[in-house]
Every structure is written in structure tokens, then in C-alpha cells.
Design a binder for this molecule. Sequence first.
Ligand code: TYM
Length: 320
Amino acid sequence: MTALSGITPSGRLTLGNHLGALRRFTDPDGFYFVANLHAMTTKHDPRRLAALTREFATLMLAAGVPEGTVFIQSDVPTHAQLAYLLECTSYVGELSRMIQYKEKGNRPMTRASLFTYPCLMAADILLYGAERVPVGGDQDQHVELARDIAIRFNREYGETFVVPQLNKAALATRVKDLANPTAKMSKSAADDAIGTIRLLDPPDVIRRQIMRAVTDSENEVRHDEANKPGVTNLLDILAACTDGDPVELAKSYATYGALKQDVADAVLAVIDPLQKEYARLTTDPGAIDQLLAQGRDRALDASTPRLQAATRAMGLAGSA
Ligand code: TYM
């Protein structure tokens, strides 16, 4: 069952991105990409985008995403090509209902691409016949729309696309901000935001952030999202990093301090090897280029037949 997923280079990569998505990019036959086209839906700085794209691709390789599966979205033109075809099968009504658009968009100076972005994401998924799409909970609505678009296309133009499955809830699909544990940890937070753990921050900074995480005025370690969001987030992070059960783990702690110490150790045990591998890879930029070229060629070969099928199905001349 082919898996596919992408990460948008719109800020420094966070622990939330890693636990909710990146560490689940394990299918050797999968397709995993830096979604740089998606990073242009709001005002962007070209130089920062280029730097972050490279950083994200290197982090994916450092995280052990299988060789040959990693590529940069804009290197593979089939994504933008299919996105246009899918825009021609999608409705303003359904796109206006997307939560991310409702939160960030719908103003006169909103980029048109923010509105059509879910069509590009559907194209990313449908081009490869992906059935599994490992993403965090904030992307579920987009995967659902990709399903709707596939089903509608198949009905109107003939069987062309595999309908992806809905994301199975995994541990830590919604990691919260450490300073504001009712909001999600987000890479678009300010660079110095203390509640966001960035994968490339120095270990002592990460430890300090965890030790300062907001909890509550009680002193009972209990998994209770509604009443104890800070403690619950720490337990969820610990569980995700140690493959444990957050409710069970709560029973082994008498104080918040002891819990935080263990969360810091567990998070650093996950991040430390990743940082070391990242540092090693960056000493050989040619090797990174080669891996990304390999990923690009494989992605182009795999996606072209389905783009051609969709093009023909829609009645575009010259492609029959
Ligand atoms: P993006 O770049 O916002 O996030 C990348 C992945 O990280 C997950 N994530 C989280 N998981 C747990 N806790 C959090 N706090 C957290 N924050 C982010 C996201 O759910 C996502 O899985 N549109 C996508 C990128 C994309 C894509 C695709 C994904 C483009 N095309 C095709 C899958 C398939 C996005 O902006 O994710």
C-alpha cells in the first residue's frame, strides 16, 4: 500500500512535524517531498524559501526516510500540472469550507493560491495512487477533500485515481505548544517562540523549553485533555517518544518536575541522532544533490502515466 506525504517549508521544522508526520515516513516504496509550492500561498521571501527547502530535504534524509523516496515538489512538474486539472473539477463551495482557508484567508489581498491549495495537495496524493497519507490531525480535512475529488473525477471522467484512505489516528497527531497548550505547536510561530521545539535547536535550549512548559496549579500528573492540557501534552509527547501509553505513564509520576525531566530526556533521545546525521550530511552537499535527483527522477516516472490518463480523460486535444 503506497504511502505519500509532504511537509511545507514555511518555518523551522518542529517536534510536532516530526512526531505527527516525519517519523512515520517509512515506506520504502513511498513518496515523501518538501512541499515548496505550498509555501507560496502566503507572502514569502524567495531566499528563505530556498534555504528552508534545502534544510527540510536534508532533515528528511537525516530522519532516515528511505533512500530514493525523498524529493522536492517543484522539481516534479506533474504536481502543478495535475493541480490545474483538479481545480477544474473542484467547487468554490467546498474550498471555502477548508478550515485553513477560513483561518488565514478570505481577504482581498489573500493569494489566490491559498484558496486553491487543497487542489494542489489532492494532486500530490492522487498522482501516485497513494493509499496511505501519514499526516497530523490538522491535515485530515485536506485528505478528505482529496478523496472527494478522486471519487468525483472517477465518476465523471472514468476510473483514473486511487481513492486514498483516511488517516488513522496515530500517537501525537496534535502536539501542542508548550507555552500555550491549547494551541497546536506550529512552525509558523515566531523564531524565538518559547513554546515551539525546533528540531535543529541546540539540546540545552530544547531542555530548557521543556522544563519551562506551562502546566497548571495542581500537582497531580493525570492525562486529562480538557482540564490539564499542559500535563496531557507532556504525557502525549513522552508516550510518542517512548512508544508508551500516556494514561499508563501518568501513574509513574508524582511531580511535574520529574515528568518534565523524563520528557526532556525522551525528546533529546529522538532529536540527538537526527541532529548528528543532519550535521554529517551537510558536509557532503553533492551527496544530498544526488539523492534528491534520484528521488525526483523516480517521482517523475511514477507520476507521469496518471497525469497523462487524467489529461486524456478530460478530453484535452493532442494527448489521445
Ligand atoms: P505542514 O507542513 O503544515 O505539516 C507537516 C506535517 O506535520 C504535521 N503537523 C503536526 N503533527 C502533530 N502535531 C503538530 N503540532 C503538527 N503540526 C504539523 C502536519 O499534519 C503534516 O502532516 N499541506 C501539508 C503538506 C502537504 C501534504 C501534501 C501532506 C502538501 N501536500 C500531500 C500530505 C500529502 C502541510 O502544510 O503540512
